[in-house]
Design a protein around this ligand. Structure first.
Ligand code: ADP
Ligand code: MG
Length: 555
């Protein structure tokens, strides 16, 4: 019998490896930009056609390669970045595995044109499916140009899994964004089907690169973050507590110059923002961590997207403490210090007007209501300064927190109907509402079946008293219908809570009695003095007396 085990031929090995590193056109863009950066380029140009599925070209003005090196670069495990085993412990470059070029070449038609500064002419290499087809001398500017056509042409199964042009180009934009955010001094151009998507001039100013990429709305709301702990250092930018966006896509984390995704760091960020931003809302953050090489292992994932920290808890503390400092977390005080804390707190927020005894119906003595402006804003003054509250946003947040508590098992004040209210709805709405009857009951909306297309509402949360039931049910079933695949029910219920909170809140242009104002501010304090409503809008603004005096130059 012949041997049943055989060593795979190199071409197959490359195809298999390519499967790990090269998932889609964006992976090619990432690897090629990394190479350009490692080559010390100061300008990188990326051009793609059809979301990169047809062609990807990356051009740089870096150090280039000699003919000999260029040929070697096409070989597996050929790299100029690590020579000895010890080098692996102190990797300064983005690449080091020597796998990218051969992997890409194995699954595409590749053209490489490169020239070093010392040579008069360059080298062109054509590779198809991993086989070198042609090597020749060619005139070219110093630097390197890599052109990838027909990615996965010889891996039909993989090619079939590529998404539409829009989706693939979105991935590429994301990859370029991640690199460009941390590489201010390098100019980037990204073109799709001849349309310029990015044109980022080189800059030494981190913030101006962030502004160019994430927009001036975000850039104008950034706070500087800095911190040191153990051997680690963190710096970067994070949005103010009143800013919130619906996805975590605005969070960019880098470790030793490399973009990563990491649970520990994400958790630390969430913890720092938790008291300001409602669940499912996120800040925008660009954060750089510099850690001793010995504390982080980047060689975990072939695409180098994940890292392993040796001292995860220190990293967690470093990130969350640094953020908490700039976000102005109120100084934490022990319970028995509370009385003192009211007058001495240095936090930027109002002293806690939490009132537990039923008789005291005023704000904490430190704050006095001045009035209501335009039937919409509430003004209070105190030792520390002046605050303006948006009454709708504040109440929305309070109700939302109440609903969330209800989801976690707390009982909400209910308004049961003596006679169940029959409400006619659409067929599909009916299905959805009845299917999720138990969950809706958890947030206080109790329903029964009444007729073929009619539900009977038996109870709603008391704060919703007087709302139009028909439109409430429509909106709730709308949320349920929009539930995407993989969208947990908890997520849907959370959105339903946001919606009900909004419906139930005092609208603008309603005069409030002083009593109502106090109740509102108490509720706000009890909810932990959040800074934003569930949609991420600010609840209040505050000016210290110092600022006010400054306006009038009364120092
Ligand atoms: P790695 O980046 O892990 O070393 P690659 O396969 O990506 O492996 O690249 C192999 C080698 O080719 C690199 O080590 C580098 O010497 C050379 N190289 C690749 N791209 C460029 C470029 N744009 N400019 C100069 N040299 C390059
Ligand atoms: Mg590389």
């Amino acid at each position: 019998m012949g041997a049943k085990i055989r060593v795979l031929p190199p071409a197959m090995v490359d195809k298999i490896a390519a499967g790990e590193i090269i998932e889609r056109p964006a992976s090619v863009v990432k690897e090629l930009i990394e190479n350009s950066l490692d080559a010390g380029s100061s300008a990188i140009r990326v051009e793609i056609e059809e979301g990169g599925k047809k062609r990807i070209t990356v051009m740089d003005d870096g150090e280039g390669m000699t003919r000999e090196d260029a040929l070697l670069a096409m070989e597996r495990y050929a790299t100029s970045k690590v020579y000895e085993e010890e080098d692996l412990d102190a990797i300064q470059t983005l690449g080091f595995r020597g796998e990218a070029l051969p992997s890409i070449a194995a699954v595409s038609r590749l053209r490489l044109i490169t020239r070093t500064r010392d040579e008069l002419s360059g080298t062109q290499i054509l590779v198809e499916g991993g086989h070198v087809k042609r090597v020749e001398e060619i005139g070219s500017p110093p630097g390197t140009r890599v052109e990838i056509a027909d990615l996965f042409y010889n891996l039909p199964a993989r090619r079939k899994f590529l998404r539409g042009v829009r989706s693939e180009s979105a991935h590429i934009i994301e990859v370029v964004t991640r690199m460009a955010l941390i590489q201010g001094p390098v100019g980037f151009v990204l073109k799709h089907n001849n349309r310029i998507l990015f044109n980022l001039p080189p800059t030494q100013d981190e913030r101006s690169r962030i502004k160019a990429i994430l927009g001036k709305d975000v850039a104008s709301q950034l706070l500087r973050v800095e911190g040191l702990e153990g051997g680690g250092e963190v710096w970067g930018w994070a949005t103010v507590p009143t800013y919130g966006r619906g996805s975590s896509k605005g969070i960019y984390i880098y470790v030793n110059g490399r973009y990563i995704r990491d649970k520990i760091v994400s958790h630390a960020i969430a913890e720092a923002y938790r008291r300001f931003i409602p669940a499912k809302m996120y800040p925008a953050i660009v954060l750089f961590l510099s850690l001793p090489f010995s504390d982080v292992d980047i060689n975990v994932h072939p695409a180098k997207r994940e890292v392993r920290f040796r001292r995860g808890d220190e990293i967690h503390r470093l990130v969350s403490d640094s953020l908490k400092r700039v976000l102005g977390h109120p100084t934490e005080t022990k319970p028995h210090d509370e009385a003192v804390a009211v007058s001495e707190t240095r936090s930027s927020y109002v002293a806690p007007p939490v009132v537990t005894s039923g008789e005291d119906r005023t704000l904490a003595p430190a704050w006095r209501m001045v009035g209501q402006l335009r039937g919409t804003y509430i003004m209070v003054e105190g030792e520390e300064g002046v605050m303006l509250f948006d009454q709708h946003a504040a109440q929305e947040r309070i109700l939302y927190e109440g609903l969330k508590a209800a989801l976690e098992g707390m009982r909400l004040p209910q308004q049961p109907f003596l006679i169940p209210q029959p409400i006619e709805v659409k067929r599909e709405e009916m299905e959805l509402l009845l299917e999720h009857r138990a969950s809706l009951a958890a947030v206080g909306v109790e329903l029964g079946e009444f007729g073929e297309r009619t539900v009977a509402v038996t109870s709603i949360p008391a704060f919703l008293q007087g709302v139009d039931l028909q439109s409430l049910l429509e909106a709730l079933s709308g949320e349920l219908a929009e539930r995407g695949e993989g969208d947990s029910l908890a997520h849907v219920l959370d959105r339903a809570c946001v919606l009900m909170a909004c419906r139930g809140s005092i609208k603008a242009n309603r005069r409030l009695q002083e009593e109502e104002v106090h109740a509102l501010l108490r509720g706000w304090a009890e909810a932990g003095k959040p800074a934003t409503c569930p949609h991420g809008r600010p609840i209040f603004v505050k000016w210290s007396w110092g600022e006010v005096a400054g306006w009038f130059r009364r120092d």
